[in-house]
Design a protein. Structure first.
Ligand SMILES: Cc1ncc(COP(=O)(O)O)c(C=O)c1O
Length: 342
């Protein structure tokens, strides 16, 4: 069975990451190097997008009850972080064909308490930001562009029009370093204030990162279709399904103490590996994936979420279907692993 999730990192990078955990050295040098790899903007390397977003909101110190317009599809932790700062996330619908948020929808959702807009490019697609930026400029809102699902190793660095851009390199992301994020700022002074805020956070320990690398090294064989097929078969044999195993395997910051876990500075080995991944650029596997997704999209047409997106790198391939469970079973019978999103 072909697994739906293949962690995009090879044994050489995993091994060099583990080795770096055993060597001395602080994160300052690799962080500075990461921040200059994308030299057209003021960058900041962080532990995760959630860490950087949390620090940004702390620095902005918006009045309690201020509203942030947020595109309605995002991971649950982003509105959770907004709420933790005493702010209100206001969901804004997106067009499921283009995966874009329209300035008209933002206009309907805004109120006198609105202060910022957070739009996410989803599943590897990219939405036009020009109109959203004009809307933000007109109303003096901060525009935060969530590119966590957007990086695939190509030259795209988000929209220069956005005030802050968030790129993630967490475990399920293309070109992953099994953690880490790069935030791009239009205003270098704001970047410096966020950096200063994070400087007071404790360092994430090397051992936490080492164990994460080890976990994914042990999981790597399950990226093979035969090994994964055997796992799925074994789970069925015992009357269960492989689904909970797969979805829990890639969860970052799981368990309790969420804010304690995200409010950490990244350890040096993570920053070294992230720098390496950024320098590797686009892999041929990404190009192949995009080609195949386009072929499939041509066959399935409107059933594909994001079929009309401005550009699409197909990090995930979501489809709409009336009988979701039947579709999953049908795909499984033909050797494809797929999952239902809530
Ligand atoms: C749209 C979106 N925003 C934010 C995040 C958080 O990224 P990180 O894992 O780097 O905190 C994710 C992670 O999957 C995401 O998909």
């Amino acid at each position: 069975m072909i697994p739906r999730k293949r962690i995009d990192i090879g044994p050489a990078d995993l091994a060099s990451g583990m080795l770096a955990c055993l060597l001395p050295g602080d994160a300052a040098k690799p962080c500075a190097a990461i921040e200059s790899v994308w030299d057209e903007q003021a960058n900041l390397a962080c532990l995760s997008v959630r860490s950087g977003f949390d620090a940004l909101l702390a620095v902005l110190a918006l009045p309690p009850g201020s509203e942030i317009l947020i595109s309605a599809v995002n991971i649950a932790d982003m509105p959770r972080i907004i709420e933790a700062h005493g702010l209100v996330p206001v969901p804004v619908d997106l067009d499921m064909t283009t995966l874009a948020v329209s300035p008209a929808a933002l206009e309907c959702a805004r109120s006198p308490r609105t202060r910022a807009v957070l739009v996410a490019h989803l599943f590897g697609s990219r939405m036009p930001v020009q109109g959203i930026s004009e809307f933000c400029n007109k109303n003096k809102y901060l525009l935060i562009e969530d590119c966590a699902q957007g990086y695939t190793g190509d030259a795209w660095r988000g929209e220069p029009l956005a005030d802050v851009r968030l790129f993630s390199f967490g475990p399920v992301k293309p070109a992953t370093a099994l953690g880490g994020a790069v935030l791009g700022f239009r205003d270098a002074a704001l970047r410096d204030r966020v950096r200063e805020h994070m400087a007071h956070w404790p360092l994430q320990s090397r051992s936490v990162y080492f164990l994460r690398l080890l976990k994914y090294a042990l999981l790597a064989p399950f990226g093979n279709q035969y090994v994964f097929g055997a796992l799925a078969w074994l789970c069925r044999l015992f009357g269960g399904t492989h689904e909970p195993l797969v979805s829990s395997a890639a969860r970052g910051f799981a368990g309790g103490a969420f804010f304690k876990k995200i409010r950490r500075r990244p350890p040096a080995p993570l920053m070294r590996l992230l720098l390496k991944r950024l320098r590797q650029g686009e892999q041929t596997s990404a190009v192949r994936r995009i080609e195949r997704a386009r072929q499939l999209q041509g066959l399935l047409g409107a059933r594909c979420v994001g079929a009309g997106a401005l550009a699409h790198r197909h990090w995930i391939f979501p489809v709409v279907h009336e009988r979701r469970k039947a579709l999953i079973d049908h795909l499984a019978q033909h050797g494809f692993d797929a999952a239902i999103s809530a």
